[in-house]
Ligand binder design. Structure first.
Ligand code: IPE
Ligand code: IPE
Ligand code: MG
Length: 243
């Protein structure tokens, strides 16, 4: 039994390329296998009543990869949605996206927009794809939008606080992640949710994304359940000693 399920889980799905390289097959095959992991993790998230799941699928830096790999990755959201959207709808999943969508190929944007529009009334798991997403890009985008509103007199400078600023981020009304998972062994953020992860619990595993199983996911949830989040305060025991 897992207690204290995180409301919002963000995942850096890393290790697809190495999974394929280990098998002597093209990196594409790893990305394809990674989609099957997405399917199983979404099912688990629904089962455990996670409210929000945000998946890092393509970063603003991933354009540096060879064009055939980029093209392949950016076709996956459409392929995934073509197959699974009916099932996701049946499970009341609400699809969302964060990142700079303008620069994505039309077919990717179109598939996402259709999924977003046709699930917007759903009240089950909110599943966000982070596509052409970069934390710094998001903050700059927010600063520019806020500066425009300040200039136009739509907001006043003394009203600008964390809450107000957060509204300008791609994650607008989403709660901040409670748990961040990164697979694939690296211990870095790679420009993911820089503002939103301020007090998030981190959980890293060497398991490569295509091998990430429900069992491994549950290990992360169990570990999270034991954590004490203090947000800069003191826990009850310390409080007793101090008083
Ligand atoms: C993560 O797997 C998927 C994306 C970044 C799109 P990688 O492709 O980064 O896999 P590794 O890190 O090279 O193994
Ligand atoms: C992070 O993985 C981005 C995604 C999972 C989409 P990368 O493989 O791009 O990160 P680095 O290059 O190892 O930092
Ligand atoms: Mg990687």
């Amino acid at each position: 039994m897992v207690d204290n399920i995180p409301e919002h889980i963000a995942i850096i799905m890393d290790g697809n390329g190495r999974w394929a390289e280990k098998r002597g097959i093209p990196r594409f095959a790893g990305h394809k296998e990674g989609v099957s992991t997405v399917v199983s993790i979404v099912k688990t998230a629904i089962k455990y009543k996670v409210r929000v799941l945000t998946l890092y699928a393509f970063s603003t830096e991933n354009w540096k990869r060879p064009k055939p790999e980029v093209d392949f990755i950016l076709k996956l959201p459409k392929e995934f949605l073509n197959i699974y959207l009916p099932e996701l709808k049946a499970n009341h999943v609400r699809i969302g996206a964060i990142g700079d969508m303008e620069k994505l190929p039309f077919h990717t944007r179109e598939a996402l927009q259709y999924a977003i529009d046709s699930t917007k009334e759903n009240d089950g798991l909110q599943m966000n794809f982070a596509l052409n997403y970069g934390g710094r890009d998001e903050i700059l985008h927010a600063v520019k939008a806020m500066a425009t509103d300040l200039n136009d007199g739509k907001i006043s400078i003394d009203k600008v606080d964390n809450k107000q600023f957060s509204k300008y981020l791609y994650t607008t009304d989403l709660p901040e992640p409670d748990l961040l998972i990164r697979t694939g062994g690296e211990k870095r953020l790679s420009n993911f949710l820089l503002w939103q992860l301020a007090y998030t619990e981190f959980w890293f595993t060497d398991v490569l994304w295509p091998d990430f199983s429900e069992k491994e996911f549950l290990r992360a949830l169990e570990d999270y359940g034991k954590r004490k989040r203090r947000y800069g305060g003191v826990d009850e025991l310390n409080e007793a000693i101090l008083s």
